[in-house]
Design a protein. Sequence first.
Length: 357
Amino acid sequence: MKIAVGCDHAGFVLKDAVVGFLRSRGIDVADKGVFSAEKADYPDQALAVAGAVASGEADAGVLMCGTGIGASIAANKVKGVRAGTCNDPEAARLGKTHNNLNVLCMGGRVIKPDEAGAILSAWLDSEFEGGRHLVRINKIAAAEASDLSGRVVIFNHPLVQHKIGIIRDKNTSVKEFRELVQEIAGLMVYEVTRNLPLTDAVVETPVASAAVRSISGKKLAVVPVLRAGLGMVDGILQLIPNAKVGHIGLYRDPATLAPVEYYCKLPPDIGERDIFILDPMLATGGSAAAAISLVKQRGGRKVSLLCLIAAPEGIKKVRESHPDVEIFAAALDDRLNDHGYIVPGLGDAGDRLFGTK
């Protein structure tokens, strides 16, 4: 394990104790300074440590300033960092189990150097509990990914997360993969259609009259991006069978790498419908953004994007191009690799759906 450590002048003495303690536990320490008690600005070291954690250079970070608060504020400006001020062991334990802190901040003017070991131990020896806490962490990640410019919904229902885990497994068969993609898409419909308008009605049960509510004739359209988007269609149509289905085909120009349309067929009344564009892997976001543009050019107005797994880069691209579009994803992953694949992802969704390579 590698931990990046940094401080300002007020945390300098405490930093020496922290570095010594971490090394006594066999932890590799990346010391980002400062290296003297001369006055220094805490944002400099805080951003250096946070950047090391966000980039993967370090597994976690420890920061110290006068109270720990300033360092925490600065570190949290770096996307992917969850920094918190913990000046006692219980706060450090809960910071890990509930908030999955990856940067621990402490106050050099609040605690004594010989108290740092207990705080660090409580943090290092605790495990993130997940569950309801993961729901909250993912909401923070979604807000970061969208730059707060629009609604991004990350699904945290246990059934969805369980099935996502199975389709990530490279040993999952084509048959099972295909079935699970349909099931996940069907489960996502519950949140995607949450705001459909309802009307009041009365029906006769075998016992008496009952006041009920029904969907008020809202028109819907499902538009998969070929070819991988086809795998999500049937799961959605099982719950909203009256939705019209359009299709969009795009390929990437080998010279410009820009998405190029080769097929687009939409319901003629597309402007009157709520439109769900299906694109299982939101990686760079280029194809999804292009598909949304095609739908809008043909009169579509209320558009949502549904994907199985999204990368922050893809969400950012769609939000920049179409800030009005809601994004629904079953999982939000870490990043893209050098080849544009989502990490950890699940590979090429189209190949896994159709058994091709």
